[in-house]
Write a protein that binds this ligand. Structure first.
Ligand code: DC
Length: 248
């Protein structure tokens, strides 16, 4: 039986999927709370692609390290812990959203906590952790038809991706967006805590030795400070269409 994976067709109408279209890799990088995951999720849904939130992988690893008292400065402990970690992305049948599982447990909600956000950049700066995550990410992209967001996706994970987007937004806008998202889950959180966390993570993510956050030379910058979700999606879809067409 023939099996076609739906993807976006650029030779026919843009509002439907076509099994004949070329499938590409789309990377979305940028600082914390720029709206990468919102765009990546919506873009993947429009194209019939798989969405992978690479930050969720670093967050789930951080959760495992915290739960198991892994000494992050101890390479032997880190290596041994990574051997016991299995990460999977599974679609929730109710929401149709991709959720991350750590050793069979759905941890999508708990990894968004500030306790994880406070440690994740430290964990993500560990060489062994990055090698572990990058290898898994590259495997996920081997069939193409994927939108992955993160910090080093266009530079290290998929340097040959057909479309690379680098997202930026004014800090006040980013803080406001993240505060709203976190306040809905935890009304005790303050805007200053959120701001400090974003600044701290951006600093560590940009200054670490291994795969720091950088714009890939061939990435398109998308500043969404003054764009709403529909506008940024429309812009990204145009870029995707162009990239797919370039392969035809
Ligand atoms: O996208 P996020 O905020 O959920 O990512 C959490 C942390 O993980 C972020 O502070 C930096 C790190 N990260 C990374 O180093 N490389 C990636 N590709 C994705 C995330």
């Amino acid at each position: 039986m023939a099996f076609f994976v739906a993807s976006f067709c650029t030779s026919c109408d843009l509002s439907h999927f076509c099994p004949m279209a070329e499938r590409i890799i789309i990377t979305i990088d940028g600082g914390s709370s720029c709206g990468k995951s919102t765009l990546a999720r919506q873009l993947a849904a429009k194209l019939g692609y798989r969405y992978i939130d690479s930050g969720a992988m670093y967050r789930a690893i951080t959760l495992y390290f915290l739960r198991n008292n892994v000494d992050m400065g101890n390479t032997v402990q880190v290596r041994s812990a990574l051997k016991d970690i299995n990460l999977e992305f599974i679609i929730n049948p109710l929401t149709q959203q991709s959720e991350i599982y750590l050793n069979g447990e759905d941890v999508e909600f708990i990894i968004r906590d500030l306790i994880i956000a406070e440690k994740v950049s430290e964990v993500a700066a560990i060489k062994e952790v990055r090698e572990f995550a990058v290898a898994a990410q590259q495997k996920m992209g081997s069939q193409k038809g994927i939108v992955m967001d993160g910090r080093d996706i266009g530079t290290t994970v998929f340097p040959n991706a057909e479309l690379k987007i680098y997202m930026v937004a004014d800090e006040a806008v980013r803080v406001g967006r993240r505060f709203k998202e976190m306040y809905d889950k935890n009304p005790n959180i303050s805007i200053d805590e959120v701001k400090a966390n974003i600044e701290m993570r951006d600093y560590i993510d940009t200054n670490r030795e291994v795969s720091p956050l950088r714009k890939a030379a061939d990435a398109v910058v998308l500043d969404n400070t003054d764009l709403n979700q529909e506008e940024q999606l429309e812009y990204a879809l145009k870029l995707a269409k162009k990239a797919i067409k370039a392969l035809a």
